[in-house]
Design a protein around this ligand. Structure first.
Ligand code: PEP
Length: 250
């Protein structure tokens, strides 16, 4: 069954004390059952304290990245097993900042996805076009090739652990948001593409999140679309009040 999900990507923000404060605010301000599955992705150093602090809450802790290999001489990297050993079972892969600054390709991301799934983790797989792609009317092709090259080798069974996050790069951290119509148009295209590759049951079951300057003021309108199942939230996830307002926009 398709789930509504709101995930906060805290990126390289917040030291330990600030992370603890943000978590305390989330716990204090969360009243009753949230209207969506809630996830937060702190930096590596704050994953374990976040996991401990959120243990008896509905909030799931996710990592922002991981390495494709199991272990070895990969200075500065973190493996799936290391994440799991501190309670983390969900990982964001393919964020546009990883693709742009760390040159992560579709092929490399296919390897990372495989490793995460082999370790029984859930993947939030991010993808989306640059502004030039959209201007050149290549955005649908680009998005489909990102899906094909990183995900369409997977078995049908694997899709129960995949969450898709469509994030048009021109909308990330820019204050510019895809219109609800643009989001719905692309999400419907993505669902159709998944249906073409895997059949309508898997396509109907996969959650497709929108990411890109989503905030309390626009979340309701974006989430109201039938193929938008929630959001991956950057900037607005750093304030408990704003993040929870987005969570409760369903
Ligand atoms: C993101 O980084 O995934 C994101 C959507 O950022 P923002 O909400 O700040 O645009």
């Amino acid at each position: 069954m398709r789930k509504n999900i709101v995930a906060g990507n805290w990126k390289m923000n917040n030291d330990l004390a600030q992370t603890q404060e943000l978590i305390a605010d989330l716990k204090k301000q969360m009243s009753g059952e949230p209207k969506a599955t809630v996830m937060v992705a702190p930096t590596y150093t704050n994953l374990y304290p976040a996991f401990e602090a959120l243990k008896n809450t509905p909030i799931i802790v996710a990592a922002q990245n991981m390495h494709q290999n199991a272990k070895g001489a990969f200075t500065g990297e973190i493996s799936a097993a290391m994440l799991k050993s501190v309670g983390v079972e969900t990982v964001i892969l393919g964020h546009s900042e990883r693709r742009a600054y760390f040159k992560e390709s579709n092929e490399l991301l296919a390897e990372k996805v495989n490793t995460a799934l082999e370790n029984d983790m859930t993947v939030i797989f991010c993808f989306g076009e640059e502004l030039e792609d959209r201007k050149a009317d290549k955005h649908f092709d680009l998005v489909e090739s990102q899906l094909k090259e990183s995900l369409y080798h997977l078995s049908k069974e694997s899709w129960k652990n995949i969450i898709l996050a469509y994030e048009p790069v021109w909308a990330i951290g820019t204050g510019e948001t895809a219109s609800p119509e643009q989001a719905q148009e692309m999400h419907a295209f993505i669902r159709k593409s998944v249906a073409g590759a895997y059949g309508s049951e898997i396509a109907e079951d996969v959650s497709i999140l929108y990411g890109g300057s989503c905030k309390p003021g626009n979340a309701k309108e974006i989430f109201a679309n039938k193929d938008v199942d929630g959001g991956l939230i950057g900037g607005a996830s750093l304030k408990a009040e704003d993040f929870l307002a987005i969570v409760n926009s369903f």
